[in-house]
Design a protein around this ligand. Sequence first.
Ligand code: FES
Length: 173
Amino acid sequence: MTKGRRGFMGKAFGAVAGVGAVASLYAMKRSWDPLPSVKAAGFTMVDLTAAEPNVLVVEKWRGKPVFILKKTPEMVAAQNEEQTARDIVVGNDHFLVCIGLCTHLGCIPAYRPDKHDFKCACHGGEFDASGIDTLLPPPSPMEIPPFKVDGTTLVLGEAGPEYEKMKSSGITV
Ligand code: FES
């Protein structure tokens, strides 16, 4: 291969890799963009109307990542009772809200929209779209933080009746 051809191939490859990198950065930023929210005195108020189905958003609450996932109607229809019991229901919409830390050793699992599950890259643990552990080593589901539903606003940090019910039935700690 001549020097000129190598140079051309290098530039072409660089351009393709660059486009790929920008696309994946955009996808990453999009999935990590929080919803419109207000933070005050240990509470985080999140506007759930801006959530898109099957797109994970990550909020921050007391220094921890909180996953918010609006489920599609198909995902809801395919759920069992245990999964549905962990849903936060606002109008007709079902949401997963949980602390986005793997219950094995605390890594942040990644959402796989095509599989509707979470994969933890640290030791291969998996969780379903309700945050329930489905593949070891995680010993338990991802935790649900104290929350309250106020209209279409999710208040993280305040224990409302829906959260108290989950707590008393052992769904979260
Ligand atoms: S920290 Fe997630 S599997 Fe180990």
